[in-house]
Design a binder for this molecule. Structure first.
Ligand code: DGT
Ligand code: CA
Ligand code: CA
Ligand code: ZN
Length: 644
């Protein structure tokens, strides 16, 4: 079975040869053979790597000696070229130019080879003929009967591929934030409602709002006498696909979509939890671990399993500095505990009623879970200058949204009405620009047709004015950044828009170029006087494809220069849970440089606007406050910044 995540060449773990083992090299060559096939390479090259992989897997001798004694090509199935690669891997831990091959092949193609009945040759065919480079595209091609007509494929193939995709989704390692949180919040809610559960709270990466979630961690506090009954109740919840383990203090489960059948209410997540969530997660499963503790222990266990591991390690250091020991059971005197461990050591813990009291005992303010990544939050909590994090209700609008004029599913008016219902004061429309084609179909608005949208927007804005509706549409464009860094459309057309979201869509040439070239071209685009906001900066799709290489720090520094001169250049957090790009790790840097961040839903229908909730969580994770985010500003401020 082929792994479904992007592949990477192994890195040496040792400071002297052998840098790679037989198994590592054998597995790598197996991957190389698949990558070469996906790349359409000569059949003999593919076979050469397959043979070499097999030869290494069955080699009994010590590989380092064989290499040192120059006998590698004496092994049957290993020729000169591959022999050289093996020596290099063993002696130096490097891989010749295999890197290029690994970088070149879209991860989506590799994922597709994970479908049992779909080999690399056919994947390549589907890519060449139908431009299918992801599981999602394959799925929709199957559902729309586009594959049956290809030579060598039939409707049977389509059925098998759909089954295969289903299988892959079920066993994929991590979940996107939207799916993970949906499961997490529902499970938390259902457990909270079980009789005699005093407290149940989601911890782990889900509480920290990571963009993807490995497994769910729930901490449950209850009186010991009730715990047995509570465990029995949990085991009878709907949507448990499998029980991986069950003890008196810990349960490990695999959850499936049935758990989401009745959606939760009375929750801040309602903002984002739309019907589409259960659709999105229909074929995904997720692991969950539930820890059951006494009420006195609850805050310590919650803090511990919220993590991150890096944050916990720093917290423990802070405790040690005070002669204390901190673990998931308590905070207590190091001296008294001596060599006792776990619960036993924590018997005489300081009483903490909640997390805030734990932090207080260590001389800190309570740290919001999003920040617990050891990226300066401990220092800030000691100095009392933690950021006051932005909230979704601080947003007054958003600037990157599509309508039926390009590839959106809702009309201008429908989008505007939904924005008004959200309480927003403005909405920026940014449909795709002329040159955007997908699979040969034009998606973008041709130059000659922009005027139609422009007049429509003008008309609606007049209506809002006349009716005293505190709302305005901004007419922008999501303008393609072409491969040489030029912007799509003529200067005259670009000047007619209120704002330009500059986005790279044709990723091919960007993915095949090095970081510095990409950075240079992107800076060229940013320098264009009409450029306002950088859209989905790296083009990544979470769990789908990596973004193109880019020096994000350099990009942000360039933007900072403009902002210092009073010229707005902002970067978006694309709030779609599929993207969440800009990555949160760059937000703090942008903030420090004074580069405004814009939380943009990139909505393609009305519900899509709600995705700003996810973008806001990522902004919080990136330390952002109200004032760091462009779309918290008033309409007048925006008009001034856009200069129109
Ligand atoms: P995930 O599940 O991969 O998305 O990420 P987390 O952060 O939820 O990680 P997980 O589920 O392995 O563990 C939950 C938390 O438990 C983690 O954030 C910190 C804590 N934890 C787990 N293992 C260790 C450890 O070895 N040392 C420390 N200090 N904390 C740990
Ligand atoms: Ca976890
Ligand atoms: Ca876990
Ligand atoms: Zn876009």
């Amino acid at each position: 079975m082929v792994s479904v995540s992007a592949w990477r060449l192994p890195q040496s773990q040792s400071s002297s040869p052998p840098h790679m083992t037989k198994t590592q090299i054998s597995n790598t060559f197996e991957q190389v053979a698949i990558l070469l096939e996906l790349d359409g390479a000569n059949r003999f090259r593919v076979i050469a790597y397959q043979n070499a992989s097999r030869a290494l897997a069955t080699l009994e001798e010590d590989l380092l000696s064989v290499v040192k004694e120059n006998r590698i090509t004496e092994i049957k199935g290993i020729g000169k070229g591959i022999g050289g690669l093996i020596s290099e891997a063993v002696l130096h831990g490097s891989w010749g130019n295999l890197n290029e091959l690994y970088d070149k092949i879209p991860p989506g193609l590799i994922q597709m080879t994970g479908i049992p009945s779909l080999g690399p040759k056919r994947v390549r065919l589907l890519y060449e003929e139908l431009n299918i480079d992801s599981l999602d595209k394959l799925k929709s091609a199957c559902e729309n009967n586009h594959i049956a007509s290809l030579e060598g494929f039939g409707s049977k193939s389509q059925e098998k591929y759909l089954e295969g995709i289903e299988l892959l989704h079920r066993y994929q390692g991590r979940s996107r934030m939207d799916i993970g949180l949906a499961y997490g919040r529902v499970l938390e809610d259902k457990i909270s409602k079980i009789p005699n559960v005093a407290k149940a709270q989601l911890a782990g990466s889900a509480r920290r709002m990571r963009e993807t979630i490995g497994d769910l961690d729930i901490v449950l506090g209850a009186n010991p006498e009730y715990q047995e009954d509570i465990i029995r109740e949990i085991m009878s919840l709907p949507g448990i696909a499998e029980v991986k383990g069950q003890g008196t203090s810990k349960i490990s489960l695999i959850l499936e979509a049935e758990m989401l059948a009745d959606t939760i209410s009375n929750n801040e997540m309602d903002f984002a939890l739309s019907e589409s969530l259960s659709e999105r997660s229909s074929n995904a499963t997720i692991d969950a671990q539930i820890r059951i503790v006494n009420l006195e222990t609850f805050p310590f266990t919650l803090a511990y399993f919220t993590g991150s591991k890096e944050h916990n390690i720093r917290m423990r250091q802070k405790a040690i500095e005070k002669g204390l020991r901190l673990n998931e059971f308590g905070l207590f005197s190091e001296k008294e505990a001596g060599n006792k461990i776990g619960m036993d050591a924590a018997k005489n813990t300081l009483i903490c009623n909640d997390e805030a009291e734990i932090y207080k005992n260590l001389g800190m303010a309570w740290i919001p879970p999003e920040l617990r990544e050891d990226r300066g939050e401990i220092e800030a909590a000691i100095q009392g200058n933690l950021p006051k994090l932005i909230e979704v209700n601080d947003l007054k609008g958003a600037f990157h949204n599509h309508t039926t004029a390009s590839d959106g599913a809702a009309t201008l008016q429908e989008m505007a009405n939904h924005a008004i219902n959200l309480g927003w004061k403005y909405l920026g429309i940014a449909d795709h620009s002329e040159s955007l084609n997908i699979g040969g179909r034009q998606i973008g608005i041709p130059s000659g047709e922009i005027i139609t949208q422009s007049l429509e927007i003008e008309k609606l804005n007049k209506h809002y004015l006349n009716e005293n509706i505190d709302f305005k549409l901004f007419h922008g464009s999501e303008c393609d950044i072409l491969s040489d860094g030029k912007l799509d459309y003529s200067l005259e057309i670009r000047n007619s828009f209120s704002h330009i979201i500059g986005s790279v869509h044709a990723l091919g040439s960007w993915k095949n170029r090095d970081e510095s070239t990409n950075t240079e071209f992107l800076i060229k685009a940013i320098e264009d006087p009409t450029f306002t906001i950088l859209g989905h900066p790296t083009g990544r799709i979470l769990q789908g494809r990596e973004g193109f290489p880019l020096d994000m720090h350099a990009i942000l520094r360039k933007m900072a220069e403009f902002n210092q001169e009073g010229i707005l250049k902002a970067v978006e957090i694309n709030a779609s849970p599929y993207r969440l790009d800009l990555d949160w790790k760059f937000c703090k840097y942008a903030k420090e440089l004074g580069v405004p961040i814009c939380i943009n839903p990139d909505a393609h229908d009305t519900k899509g606007l709600n995705d700003v909730w996810y973008g806001t969580q990522i902004a919080r994770k990136g330390w952002l406050e109200n004032e760091d985010v462009l779309n918290t500003k008033s309409r007048t401020e925006i008009e001034n910044l856009f200069g129109k």
